[in-house]
Design a protein around this ligand. Sequence first.
Ligand code: PEP
Ligand code: MN
Length: 337
Amino acid sequence: MVIVMTAGASLKSISGVIKKINELGLKPHVSKGKERTIIGVIGRLTVEPEYFEGLPEVEKVILILSPFKLASREIKQENTVIRINGKGEVGGNHITIMAGPCAVESQEQILETALALKELGVKIIRGGAYKPRTSPYAFQGLEDKGLEYLEEVKRVTGLAVVTEVLSVEDVEKVSRVADILQVGARNMQNYPLLKALGKTDRPVLLKRGMMSTLEELLMSAEYILSNGNPRVILCERGIRTFEKYTRNTFDISAIPMLKKLSHLPVIADPSHGTGVRDLIIPVSKAALVAGADGLIVEVHPDPLSALSDGFQSLDLKDFARMMEELKSVSSILGRKL
Ligand code: PEP
Ligand code: MN
């Protein structure tokens, strides 16, 4: 349920509503808009919605029917725009490009990539220090050393960093370096992790699980939002189907559907979404046309020698071409790259 206060409602009336919500053992979630304040009520209602309608300066009470509440468009009509530590924003008019290798492999590799990406106008570099690999025998990431290299990249280049956090124990450590904390597809339903991320002040890039519905993705976002962190970026990264020419089937319809259902920014991962280097550029274009607010793309200076996901990574030359091609797509869409 959402309580919409009248335009310019007084602090006294807002506090009065919050007090009633708390008295009923429910949780208020206040968002202050330019004109009005709306108060989400989280928890099982034991009174009729009319109970709140009689309170001073309450304009109306809206019941939210979808199972996700704080993530829904019903609670917030305007798009959420998430600012990234002075490195631009996600969800506004700008299309946000996050690019970099699947994994941090060495100091030279990540620094060389960062400098080249910066030249091409990228403001956010990706790179996993802790890698969730299907095989326990595959490269698991440089772990703490990888984080150190990312910290150095930030210091030298001024780029913002998005990197994956695998477990609750690592949240604090990874937050010290990451400007955006990535939750991987395999962890989308790791509820203790989502709850812990709800208590941080870092934006969270939440990837869709490879076998998850959009409702499940939004319910996972709800865990982060309801635990106090409003800065969630949703990411379509492909799902499992019977198709074998691609690693995953990129669900293009997920983008406009998520934008319809939720006010949260939505980005696309054409690397994991296809698993095929040659498909990255066309699928990126399609994602932007479908309404994506940005992309997260795997780029490696030498994809053939990459320790993970080289087959779905662009080299720097192809990435430069992609940025050029995306400029024309963005201008047709009336958005800035
Ligand atoms: C990644 O971004 O490198 C990654 C492991 O992605 P996903 O969680 O989508 O598989
Ligand atoms: Mn990868």
